[in-house]
Design a protein around this ligand. Structure first.
Ligand code: G3H
Ligand code: 13P
Ligand code: ZN
Length: 312
């Protein structure tokens, strides 16, 4: 199957009470690990590239790697998505070069500016058969010290979502309900709680409309431990509890973004391999273990968090 947009995938996910995983890709081994898990579990999948990934690997390599995955797995619906597109130009570049979905992220800009740029991207994307995700709200770590007012200001305001979607014509919306990017989300002992009440309010105002969660890594402690036992020095941290993500996936959340957990898995695999085999210097040897961890993590997410197995 050629690469697909997420339109039908989200319709099925919304109605089926599950979400599609959006995993960040930066190199061949990450693409392979994700695709192997999705293929074995018969799950649709979104492979997404950030600006950093496109700079690191060169966007052409990433597009071709994902196209190779689609060619090798014609049975699998695969979306190639731009993660956190900063402006119209980068979105256009991706639309013109084979991406089937783009995110325009103007969430840090004033509402009117966010509307104007998101609409410009949606108009261009739709004319080229590509779908668009935009964002409302601020994703950042919620620390103990933050006041309730400041905390509430970061979350997506449900009163704005209907107008935003209507005026922009975007196909999905990323919202802020307490997730945050990176491996250091919460300190151990904190009790992370997603604001599922805000999600509920948003979905009441946008019936049937796909919602996206960024910053949804759960920071699996076994991989952090493996890294630190093999020469790493990661600080203690915890991520988003998986059962809360599962709850969100049963409702309007159709896309869940995971990057940091894959980074931890890849690093744990490579570090452990090199500790156990200090004589190895062939990248194929240690990257095999990194890739296996990526596959295991994605398989776990598909079965236990997203619920997207056996959906193709
Ligand atoms: O949302 C951010 C993703 O984890 C991508 O991270 O910009 O370091 O590639 P990156
Ligand atoms: P994590 O850092 O929680 O994996 O989030 C990734 C993400 O949101 C990519 O857009
Ligand atoms: Zn993100």
């Amino acid at each position: 199957m050629a690469l697909v947009t997420s339109k039908e995938l989200f319709e099925k996910a919304y109605n089926g009470g599950y979400a599609v995983g959006a995993f960040n890709v930066n190199n061949m081994e990450i693409v392979q690990g994700i695709i192997e898990a999705a293929a074995e579990l018969k799950s649709p999948v979104i492979l997404q590239a950030s600006a950093g990934a496109r700079k690191y690997a060169n966007s052409v390599y990433l597009v071709k790697l994902v196209e190779a995955a689609a060619e090798l797995h014609p049975e699998l619906p695969i979306v190639l998505h731009l993660d956190h597109g900063a402006d119209f130009e980068v979105c256009k570049e991706c639309i013109d070069s084979g991406f089937t979905s783009v995110m325009i992220d103007c969430s840090s800009k004033p509402f009117e500016e966010n509307v104007a740029i998101s609409k410009q991207v949606a108009d261009y994307a739709h004319a080229h058969g590509v779908v668009v995700e935009a964002e409302l709200g601020t994703l950042s770590g919620v620390e103990d010290e933050v006041s309730v007012d400041a905390e509430n200001a970061m979350y997506t305001n449900p009163d704005q979502v209907e107008e935003f979607v209507k005026r922009t014509g975007v196909d999905s919306l990323a919202i802020a309900i307490g997730t945050s990017h990176g491996a250091y989300k919460f300190k151990p002992g904190q009790n992370p709680k997603l604001r599922l009440d805000i999600l509920e309010e948003v979905s009441k105002r946008l019936p049937g409309f796909p919602i996206v969660l960024h910053g949804s890594s759960s920071v699996p402690q076994e991989y952090v431990k493996t890294i630190n036992e093999n020469g790493g020095a990661l600080k203690d941290a915890i991520g988003i509890p998986e059962e809360q993500l599962r709850e969100a996936a049963k409702g309007a959340v159709c896309k869940i973004n995971i990057d940091s957990d894959l980074r931890l898995g890849m690093t744990a695999g490579v570090r452990k391999h090199l500790t156990e085999h200090p004589d190895h210097f062939d990248p194929r040897q240690y990257l095999t273990d990194g890739r296996t961890n990526v596959k295991d993590i994605v398989a776990h997410k598909i079965k236990e968090v997203l619920g997207s197995d056996n959906k193709i």
